[in-house]
Design a protein around this ligand. Structure first.
Ligand code: CIR
Length: 260
């Protein structure tokens, strides 16, 4: 059986624009270096390919500084893609950029029409349910609208809460396999993963929580050796990718692609 939550054949990425220096961030740690970001992005795409992905690499869109973070503008399920409605107003227009790409690939593309807001970074699809964290970007109306849409396809959606001060639900967690979640302790403490086996990020390595499982590989940000060793001990095949520049904009591994 295919585990649709981490066994994929395709991915969509978008090159970082020079306007990335105007990207949103919770705290200003200085602007990302575009040249370094391009190198990291190339490594990321190459690693997706190593994992077996056929990658659609989209050109940069200067009008949208955060458009490299394609995950936030759509939810890709096996039978349908759903266009999101970002809670960050500067990102609303990114939906129109990704829509034609998804319409080329999917027979069915639906959309969150509003008035609610929801971003893909708040959505964790597991093999049994779709978890959605309410956050500063995702509100109750957005979650309710998504629940109605995915319900038509037989998916169970469960609403949870993203911890205060954390950008997205998946900033603090990721799926490792059908039963296993990598999570920060602060998120796991909310009780949202009771039915899963949870591996915690190491103390001080909360930024390692946002990884992606793509077929046999786990892509994780480089530099979090304690958490990396936990994943290796648990038997996962890990690839580390430099994330220093994306991290300045609160971005990580999952944000950089749509996977299906
Ligand atoms: C933003 O604030 O929207 C971007 N600077 C970062 C988005 C990261 N996306 C994600 O975690 N899925």
């Amino acid at each position: 059986m295919t585990e649709f939550s981490y066994e994929f054949t395709r991915a969509i990425t978008r090159l970082p624009a020079h306007s990335i220096v105007n990207g949103l961030r919770a705290e200003d740690l200085g602007n990302p270096d575009h040249a370094q970001m391009l190198r990291d992005h190339a490594h990321y795409v190459a690693t997706l390919k190593e994992a077996g992905a056929s990658v659609t690499e989209l050109p940069a869109v200067e009008a949208y500084p955060d458009s490299v973070f394609v995950e936030d503008v759509a939810l890709c399920l096996p039978e349908v893609a759903i266009l999101m409605r970002p809670g960050a107003l500067s990102r609303l227009g990114e939906v129109g950029e990704i829509a034609p790409v998804l319409r080329d690939v999917y027979d069915q593309v639906l959309e969150i029409k509003g008035p609610g807001f929801i971003e893909g970074g708040d959505i964790l699809t597991t093999s049994t349910e779709i978890l959605v964290g309410r956050s500063a970007r995702t509100d109750k109306a957005g979650v309710t609208e998504l629940a109605e849409i995915v319900g038509q396809f037989g998916y169970q959606l469960r609403e949870v809460m993203t911890p205060e001060g954390v950008l997205h639900f998946k900033t603090d967690c990721s799926l490792l396999d059908a039963e296993t979640i990598l999570s920060t302790r602060r998120l796991d403490a909310s009780g949202c993963f009771e039915n899963y086996h949870v591996i915690h990020t190491c103390e001080g390595e909360e930024a390692a929580a946002n990884t992606i499982r793509y077929n046999r590989l786990v892509l994780m940000p480089a530099g979090f050796t304690g958490t990396r060793d936990r994943l290796l001990e648990a038997g996962y095949e890990v690839r580390e990718i430099n994330n220093s520049e994306c991290a300045r904009l609160d971005g990580g591994m999952s944000c950089l692609s749509l996977r299906f």
